[in-house]
Design a protein around this ligand. Structure first.
Ligand SMILES: *[C@@H]1O[C@H](CO)[C@@H](O)[C@H](O)[C@H]1NC(C)=O
Ligand SMILES: *[C@@H]1O[C@H](CO)[C@@H](O)[C@H](O)[C@H]1NC(C)=O
Ligand SMILES: *[C@@H]1O[C@H](CO)[C@@H](O)[C@H](O)[C@H]1NC(C)=O
Ligand SMILES: *[C@@H]1O[C@H](CO)[C@@H](O)[C@H](O)[C@H]1NC(C)=O
Length: 371
């Protein structure tokens, strides 16, 4: 801790040198003594009140001890740059396997991804976290993922990482019960994970209002709704106003400070960045591949673009100084391409796995930003 000793030295210097400086400005000895007295009292009060704020600063560090043991560390200057290139990934099919039958597991195995290390951003030490590191990072946290089928696939990838594929298979059935919530606790790391089925933007608002009512917020909140809304409501204006509502609630109710919501380092104010908020974007839609006539007719490129515009207009995202970090499924799915999807809207696991690792790396960068 930047502790009492440092503070004491600084205080002593101030008490000693400020009045001496003032004396240099030809103040009378009485005035110097007067200023010394005032300064002394101010510092005394400061020193004795500071301990009450240290509890605030430790509260700010949601992931305090864990990040130090992770194999990644960032210089302050690199962080903004690194956050901005987190989505620079490359998908690669192992050659020769494209002709075979495209069943799910074969594609999963043959498809790999990695961060693009070319370009000026070699310094960003992004890492695919191992099960151990991810468990370490999320140890003792409460994670809530709310949204439509994309959010469910994101949960699958997260659990895949934390539990391993075998244990994941065992619970896949429960997780994929249609239109239902799913809750689990991974006791070994004290992680509580909730998936909340929230297909419409309005459902997300309700969830946030409930947190507000209970005054209990998860440590990590991942939300995203769009596709279902496009298909069932098909009205970008309504979507936009729902998102604006949502943003208003988030900004006013969740303890996310506005300063913190930019990617720039904060100085001079205490920010309370809980929960860590992520927006799970909608994937690139490939209209000709959509699997029903209704979807093809309703979920057009024009409607998608209109939803995107409303999304950005709502100012939910960090890019527009909002509270949520975008997990850009659109760009990831586009990079992966149409060989990564069979129905033009749900993509191969690699895409959601990428999003999980982007989130974890963002958490690492952010928790170091606070230390
Ligand atoms: C999928 O492909 C893999 C490898 O090509 C094969 O071992 C597996 O049996 C296939 N699964 C199904 C369900 O066809
Ligand atoms: C989780 O944290 C607890 C207490 O901080 C610690 O005892 C435990 O070993 C951690 N578990 C993992 C898997 O990191
Ligand atoms: C989501 O919102 C719709 C429309 O308001 C509502 O009918 C539905 O019950 C909500 N679903 C959940 C899971 O809250
Ligand atoms: C979309 O919703 C708005 C507000 O509810 C309504 O005024 C508008 O007519 C709707 N647009 C379409 C195309 O249904």
């Amino acid at each position: 801790m930047f502790g009492a000793v440092h503070f004491g030295i600084v205080a002593a210097c101030v008490v000693l040198f400020v009045p001496m400086g003032l004396a240099g400005w030809h103040l009378s000895r009485n005035k110097v003594l007067f200023f010394s007295g005032i300064l002394f009292i101010a510092l005394f009060v400061g020193v004795h009140i500071t301990p009450y704020f240290t509890s605030v600063s430790s509260f700010v560090n949601t992931f305090p001890s864990t990040t130090s043991s992770l194999p990644v560390s960032y210089e302050q200057d690199d962080r903004d740059v690194c956050v901005s290139v987190l989505h620079n990934v490359i998908y690669e099919f192992k050659s020769g396997n494209m002709d075979g039958p495209l069943n799910d597991s074969s594609v999963h195995e043959d498809l790999s991804w990695y961060w693009d290390k070319s370009g000026p951003f070699v310094g960003c030490n992004f890492q695919k976290l191992s099960k151990v590191d991810a468990s370490d990072l999320l140890n003792g946290t409460w994670v809530v993922v709310a949204g439509d089928s994309q959010a469910r696939l994101f949960v699958v990838s997260l659990l895949d990482l934390l539990l391993g594929p075998e244990k994941m298979e065992a619970i896949r059935g429960d997780l994929f019960k249609r239109h239902s919530n799913y809750q689990t606790v991974i006791h070994s790391i004290g992680l509580k994970l909730d998936f909340l089925w929230a297909p419409y933007a309005k459902n997300l608002t309700d969830i946030v209002m409930e947190f507000m009512g209970n005054k209990r917020y998860p440590d990590v909140l991942v939300i995203g709704a769009g596709l279902w809304d496009m298909l069932r409501i098909t009205n970008s204006t309504e979507y936009g106003s729902s998102l604006q509502h949502l943003n208003t609630y988030l900004v006013s109710s969740l303890p996310v400070s506005p300063e913190y919501s930019t990617t720039y380092p904060v100085s001079g104010s205490v920010s309370v960045p809980t929960p860590h908020l992520f927006w799970l974007g909608s994937p690139t839609l490939i209209n000709r591949m959509l699997n029903t006539e209704e979807k093809k007719v309703k979920m057009t490129d024009a409607l998608y673009a209109a939803y995107e515009r409303e999304m950005h207009k709502s100012k939910l995202l960090r890019q527009s100084a909002g509270p949520a970090f975008l997990l850009d499924i659109k760009s990831l799915s586009q990079k992966c391409g149409d060989q990564c999807t069979e129905d033009g809207m749900h993509y191969k696991a690699a895409v959601y796995e990428t999003a999980v690792h982007i989130m974890l790396n963002a958490l690492i960068i952010e928790s170091q930003q606070k230390l």
